[in-house]
Design a protein around this ligand. Structure first.
Ligand code: ADP
Ligand code: MG
Length: 255
């Protein structure tokens, strides 16, 4: 059974894309067949797995707006077992173009249903908003993984995110669940990080992963080489903690 997970938090810069790329690569290294769906016009997941713009023929925009079959957009990456549906800046107009269209909330789901049997995990990297593209991602997903940055106001905005999840459950996808909450960019040297960790655990309880991703310079360098962290620096703290996350995710999905 394929598991479709959306990585979402309407705040930018909390680690959605870093988690999509590195969880995706880690799952692939564990022998799983993984598809990342880049649904952010910034295309950071696309470049993060080493796909250059010049090589992209069709992207997620064509899937959502032109009803191009998703199979025509899938690209292999240099990491074995890891494929991607790329995004380009073209996607930035899609929210407005989708608004008057039929079945505008279910387009991604319908598209992914055509290919998802070929994968064990599909990870949808969401944009930093709660607009129609994120709604499409939630409608297409089994669950949502929420990265939370260990910073001031970590919990701010999460009630809107949870409200959106409830709305999608009510109208489009009644089985939608929370996959887990991941603390990212944790700095153990500050009291703040420790406080945020406690606060998030108090609120989300055992939905929070035991794994906490530290702030790690290697994680921020890897995207400019177009490599997941395990291919860039497998010995780094970032690589080790993302592999711990992979274990936890696999445990939560063990039969
Ligand atoms: P989002 O997709 O939520 O906007 P990103 O994953 O793109 O967030 O992360 C924002 C920035 O922070 C990127 O430059 C990324 O390389 C960097 N980053 C993400 N996680 C870490 C980390 N654990 N340590 C250091 N830098 C990180
Ligand atoms: Mg991103």
């Amino acid at each position: 059974m394929t598991v479709v997970i959306a990585l979402a938090n309407q705040k930018g810069g909390v680690g959605k894309t870093t988690t999509a790329v590195n969880l995706g690569a880690g799952l692939a290294s564990s022998g799983k067949r993984v598809l990342i769906v880049d649904s952010d016009a910034q295309g950071n997941a696309t470049s993060g797995v080493g796909i250059s713009k010049a090589d992209i023929q069709k992207d997620i925009y064509d899937v959502l707006i032109n009803e191009t079959p998703v199979s025509e957009t899938i690209m292999h990456t240099s990491h074995e077992g890891l494929d991607i549906v790329p995004a380009t800046i073209q996607l930035s107009g899609a929210e407005i173009e989708l608004t008057p269209q039929m079945a505008r909330e279910t387009r991604l789901k319908e598209a992914l249903d055509q290919v998802k049997d070929e994968y064990d995990f599909v990870l949808i990297d969401c944009p930093p908003s709660l607009g129609l593209i994120t709604i499409n991602a939630f409608t297409a997903s089994d669950s949502i993984l929420i990265p939370v940055q260990s910073e001031y106001y970590a919990l701010e905005g999460l009630s809107q995110l949870l409200n959106t999840i409830e709305l999608v459950k009510k109208h489009f996808n009644q089985n939608l669940k929370i996959e887990g909450v991941l603390l990212t960019m944790f700095d153990s040297r500050t009291n703040l990080g420790v406080q945020v960790n406690e606060e998030v655990r108090k609120y989300f309880k055992d939905e929070v992963y035991n794994t906490v991703i530290p702030r790690n310079i290697r994680l921020s360098e890897a995207p400019s080489y177009g490599l997941p962290i395990i291919d860039y620096d497998a010995k780094s703290k970032g690589a080790k903690t993302y592999m711990n996350l992979v274990e936890e995710v696999l445990e939560r999905h063990a039969e």
